[in-house]
Design a protein around this ligand. Structure first.
Ligand SMILES: C[S@@+](CC[C@H](N)C(=O)[O-])C[C@H]1O[C@@H](n2cnc3c(N)ncnc32)[C@H](O)[C@@H]1O
Length: 232
C-alpha cells in the first residue's frame, strides 16, 4: 500500500495534521535523550522525516532509518542526499522488517517508530524487537495515531478521520481507498493505556505517554532496564 502513495505521503501528513506532524517528530526525537555520538534506529522510517529530525538534533549520532517499502526509502534517500550536499550529517537508510530487525542485540542507544506499529500484524513482537536492539538504559519512543479519550476531541476526531481525511486522501493521492482505511485501523489498534501495557510486557520500564492533536496522537516512551547509559 505504501508504494502506491509514497509520492504524496508527506503532503498528506502535513495536511492531515495541519503541519503539526513536524513538531511532534521533533518532540519524539528529543525524547530519545541521546548522548553525543550515540547510534539511533528509526524503525518504519517511511520517507525519512523522523530520521532526519534525529540527524538534525543529534548531529554526531549515526542515524539508521529502516523500512520494508523500497519506494518510501527512495524518497528518504533523496532527502538525505540533499542534506549531505549541504554538508550536513544525514541518516543511512536500510530495507528491513520491524518484526525481524537485521541488527544485533543492544546495537542502538535508542529506537524510534513513527506511525509504524499500527501497520504491523504483531504489535507485541514489534516492541520486543525494538527492546532487543536497544541498550540497557536506552529508550524506545513510539508516535502513533490513537483513539482520543471520550469528549469533544473524540467527536472532532470521528468527523476528521471518518470524513475529511478520506476525502483529502482521494483528492491528493487520486486513490479512493488510500486513506479510507485509517479510521478503522485506529479503531482496531490498542488504546493508549493498553499500548503502554504491551510495551511493559515487552520488557520496557518506566513506560509513560502523552497525547497531542485533540488526543488523537500518542507518544509513548519506555526504557530498557539496566545501567543508565545511553552511551556512544
Ligand atoms: C505511516 S508510514 C510512517 C512513516 C514515518 N515513520 C513517518 O513518521 O511519517 C508507515 C511505514 O511503515 C512501514 N512498515 C510497515 N510495516 C513494516 C514492517 N513490518 N517493517 C518495516 N517497515 C514497515 C511502511 O512501509 C511505511 O513506510
Amino acid at each position: 500500500m505504501f508504494s502506491g502513495i509514497s509520492s504524496r505521503y508527506d503532503v498528506m501528513n502535513h495536511l492531515m495534521t495541519s503541519g503539526l506532524d513536524r513538531r511532534w517528530r521533533r518532540v519524539a526525537a528529543a525524547q530519545t535523550a541521546l548522548a553525543p555520538g550515540a547510534p539511533v534506529l528509526d524503525a518504519c522510517c517511511g520517507t525519512g522525516d523522523l530520521s532526519l529530525a534525529l540527524a538534525a538534533m543529534f548531529p554526531s549520532s549515526e542515524v539508521t532509518g529502516l523500512d520494508f517499502t523500497e519506494a518510501m526509502l527512495a524518497r528518504a534517500r533523496t532527502k538525505a542526499a540533499r542534506r549531505e550536499a549541504r554538508g550536513l550529517p544525514a541518516p543511512r537508510f536500510v530495507q528491513g522488517d520491524l518484526l525481524a530487525l537485521p541488527f544485533a542485540d543492544d546495537e542502538f542507544a535508542a529506537v524510534t517508530v513513527g506511525w509504524g506499529v499500527r501497520n504491523v500484524p504483531d504489535v507485541p513482537r514489534a516492541f520486543q524487537e525494538m527492546r532487543r536492539v536497544t541498550r540497557p538504559g536506552g529508550r524506545v519512543v513510539c508516535l502513533e495515531s490513537t483513539q482520543p479519550p471520550p469528549g469533544l476531541g473524540a467527536r472532532f476526531h470521528l468527523v476528521w478521520m471518518g470524513r475529511v481525511v478520506p476525502l483529502l486522501g482521494r483528492l491528493v493521492t487520486g486513490d479512493a481507498d488510500a486513506y479510507a482505511y485509517l479510521p478503522a485501523s485506529v479503531e482496531a489498534f490498542p488504546r493508549a493505556q493498553e499500548l503502554a501495557a504491551i510495551m511493559s510486557r515487552a520488557g520496557l520500564t518506566r513506560v509513560r505517554y502523552r497525547r497531542f492533536g485533540f488526543g488523537a496522537v500518542a507518544m509513548h516512551v519506555g526504557e530498557v532496564p539496566g545501567a543508565g547509559k545511553v552511551r556512544a
